[in-house]
Design a protein around this ligand. Sequence first.
Ligand code: ASP
Length: 333
Amino acid sequence: MKKILLIATGGTIASKATEEGLSPKISSEELLSYVPKAREFCTIDAIQVLNIDSTNIQPEYWLTIVKAIKDNYADYDGFVVSHGTDTMAYSAAALSYLIQNSPKPIVITGAQKPIDMDVTDARTNLFDSLLYACHPNAHGVCLVFDGDVIAGTRARKVRSKSYNAFESINFPALATIHDGRVIQYINNGATSSYPAFYENIHPSVFLLKLVPGLSPNVLSAIAEQYDAIVIESYGVGGIPNDSKRDFLAEIDRLVGMGKIIVMTTQVMNEGSDMQVYAVGRVAKERHGLIEAFDMTTEALVTKLMWIMGQTDNPQTIKSMFYTTINHDIMFQG
Ligand code: ASP
């Protein structure tokens, strides 16, 4: 029988109704008591490393989760991390960068309803996650939710209330789970016998969403406090250069200061391609911006945090950014 470690961190799955609203109160052991049938196919231990609403997740807490997995890596065949859904896509992406090429599965899951409610998705999601963590082809970091298995770098919360809250963006689901059966769609096989664990992260990343009328002056204000700025532009991508509000001169200045500027798109599906329009091509060629292409915002933000935890050399940052990790970037122009 496979041996799985459940690492609980809080979230709705572990919440109880309080006078102030739902708040995580259910322990990791108690979570397991709601999925007794999982003990028929694996032995499970449980630890609790956090008990937070995931609105409060911090990059430092990702390192706490990584440490729990690293410290227990030799003793278990797979790991299930229970987590709030609100920032789960960020945490799944962060874990994908902080634990790379894991031959053992690291499955992150949560629920839209607490596990102690009569009607809830929590028991199915936890059961499915334990089942997938025991699957012979499972490896690396992934998210299991509502029957979908999504690569850790490709998940996005797309519904705030329904059970089918997550989608795999610009990449197919790795597998699907129905009625206790796993159908694996993508199986690249594990590429190493032990993962690369990383212990440093640099959270100095700002995400700026463009809206018509936004002043380019915000860039210098942001650069006083952040080392990297992600500009969420429109469509396949461009930087405004109209004489009323021209961003290019300000971007010149920031790139000259060694700031990292990444361009992505507000459009959820299909990604950027700055070559298409003059407003994109000019900015990319003149300013050497990094382009996110088909990456999710969650993945590119956490990838920058991971990379900047390892180096501050702009050229190295760029080449690490364009290196595919856990299926995060497939299209590069
Ligand atoms: N606010 C909760 C959290 O992210 C929502 C959830 O878990 O579904 O912790």
